[in-house]
Design a protein around this ligand. Sequence first.
Ligand code: HEC
Ligand code: HEC
Length: 263
Amino acid sequence: MLLFRMFFRFQLLLQVIFFSFAGLSLAEEIPELAKLGRQLFYDPSFGGSVDPKKATGFSCTTCHADFNESEYSDGLIRSGSSIVGVTRRQKSQWKEIQPNQLLRSAGGAGVCYQRFLQGIPAKKVNPIAIPEQKAEALMAYFDYVTSKAQVGETEQVSYNPLSRTEAQAAADKILKLDGDADKGWKLYGKSCAGCHSGPKKRGIGTQLVRSRPPSNLEARLHKIASYTRQGGYLMPALGTGKLSDQDLANIIEFLRDITEAKK
Ligand code: HEC
Ligand code: HEC
């Protein structure tokens, strides 16, 4: 009996030791620097270093996933690609970044930090404006998610918005397709609503369906289609890799229906 009790206590002791180790390893799972990087990734003030007079309200997570989208898609269609794999890339797609600036610009994120979080024009962007320790924290977070995701080869990403003329031609084609408004509403929710809120409400982006119906609805819809392919000052373009012509025709049909229903 005594022996049994002693054994029982010993087992309890073992359990306490085991669980405190397990607890420790859980707490250690995300390194401190990566934890800071994660917070910055979700923060429109970027830990306070974004100029409040210029802040757009975007955070990195407005446009980028921090998980492997092909494996664990949440259904959203983001303008930027996932940050999984960034730390494996050899060079940046932004021409303003020299190869020796790759680390200092947090894998090219420095361009987004200026252009999208602060609306600084592309020509004036300083790709190494992120405070050094914050750039390191972002890289630590990118590294952390990359190692967790266990992805194989990482593909090189690129951003190729259409020129004005190309976007007009694309919109000509899109407006001739038969759209499905129900599908369009779902696609709108996945790819536009994050920034434009509901089509009748204003989010970070503009109100797409205005309170006064446009005098020329076709021209308005044409602009919406071409703008999506061309992008704007703050809005990145969404190419055919993100939304096919048919997808965009569905969104246009949805916007047509909701505009006409207002009359
Ligand atoms: C308004 C949308 C938007 C926001 C906000 C944004 N990005 Fe980007 N980002 C893009 C687009 C578009 C690209 C180009 C296509 C791609 O690589 O996905 C890009 C590219 C990148 C790249 C690859 C750059 C290269 O050199 O190839 C990284 C890394 C990145 N962004 C990180 C960030 C981080 C970190 C933040 C927050 C500080 C951020 N982005 C904010 C849209 C955005
Ligand atoms: C990352 C955020 C973001 C996403 C996603 C986004 N937009 Fe925008 N959009 C904006 C912002 C901000 C503006 C105003 C500044 C500018 O032009 O860049 C804008 C402007 C526009 C404009 C021009 C202004 C106007 O009302 O005529 C159109 C059209 C437009 N967006 C359509 C769309 C459509 C359609 C989608 C989805 C397919 C979409 N946007 C997705 C942020 C976004």
